[in-house]
Design a protein around this ligand. Sequence first.
Ligand code: SF4
Ligand code: SF4
Ligand code: SF4
Length: 342
Amino acid sequence: MSNSFSGPLADPAADAGWVDGERQPRKGFFTDTSICIGCKACEVACKEWNAIPDDGMNFLGSSYDNTGALGASTWRHVAFIEQPKSFGTQEPGIAGTPVGPPASDVLNKTSDSALSGDRSSLGTSNKVDLGLPSTTLPGDAEGAQRTEFRWLMESDVCKHCTHAACLDVCPTGALFRTEFGTVVVQDDICNGCGYCVPACPFGVIDRRVGEKGVTKNEGLAQKCTLCYDRIGTGLQPACATACPTESIQYGDVDELRERAQRRVDALHAEGVHDARLYGENSHDGVGGLGAFFLLLDEPEVYGLPPDAVVTTKDLPEMWRRAGLAAVTMLAGAIAVFTGGGR
Ligand code: SF4
Ligand code: SF4
Ligand code: SF4
C-alpha cells in the first residue's frame, strides 16, 4: 500500500489497501456525449434510486437545462450547450428559407383559440408550448435563413478520480475508496466540515442545503456513489440502466477505455474530427478518471477543466518541508539552550 497522491496508478483499490479476495476489477463510466439526446432519464433515475430531494427544478432561462450544475442534490447533470455549428461534415438538412408561415404563428393561433374556448383547431399542430424560453426554432422567424445549429449534451457526474483529493482531505474517513476503485461518501460518518468541497478539482462534491431536521442529510457532503449499493449485487448503476441510447456505459474501466478509443476512431473516420476523449489518460493530472467522456468540442465548452490536477498532489512535499522546518527549529532551540548553559 503506497497511498500515492499523484501519477499513474495501476489499481486504486490496491493502493487503498484492499487485498486479494476483496478487491474487484475497477469499475467506472464511459459517457459518449455524441449519442446523448438530453432526455434526462439518467438524472431522474439517480434521484429516484438514491431518494435525493428536489433542488428547485427551475427553468434557468438560458437553456433547456433546469438544474444548472452538479451539486449535493444533483448527482447526475445533463448539460445543454447550444452552438452555431454542424456535427462533423453533417449538412444542417434544412437549408434554404422555410416555406409557409413560421411554426410559431400556427402554434400561437392554436393556443389563442384554445384559450378562448374554441378547441376546433387543437391537434392541427404537433407542437406544444411547454413554457420553455423560446418556441421559435433557429432561423424559423419570418424571412430568416435557416442556420447551422447543434446542441451538445453531456451527462456529467463525479469522476471517481484515480487520485481523489476529496478523499485525501476528509478528516473523518467518511469518504473512502471502495473495492471497485470508486469513491464513496458515508452520510453517517460525515461531520459536514466541508474540506472536500474546495479540494475537488471538478466542483462535484457539495454540502446539502436545506432545513435542519427536515431536509434529508442537510449539511452533509453528497455526491454520486457509482451506485455502490447496486454494483455490489451485480446490478448496473441506475443512471446507466435508464439511459435509452447507451450514452452512459458502465463496466470495467480497462475495457471501457478500449471501447472509447474505438468509438473516437469511428467518429474521426466519419468526419467528426473534433471528437476526443476526456479523462481516460492515466498520465493526466489526476491519474485518469474512473468516469471519463467522449466530447465533441474543447472541455471548457462543457464547463470541464482542460487540465485538472489533483489538489493534494504537493502534500508529501509540503509535509517533508514542514518536517524539515520543525527539525531545524528544534535543533536551533537545543543549540541555544545548551549554548546558554556554558
Ligand atoms: S470528481 Fe471530485 S468528488 Fe469525485 S472523486 Fe474526484 S475529487 Fe472526489
Ligand atoms: S451511478 Fe448511481 S449515484 Fe451515480 S449518478 Fe448514476 S445513479 Fe446517481
Ligand atoms: S445520458 Fe442517456 S439518459 Fe442521460 S440525457 Fe443523455 S440519453 Fe438521456
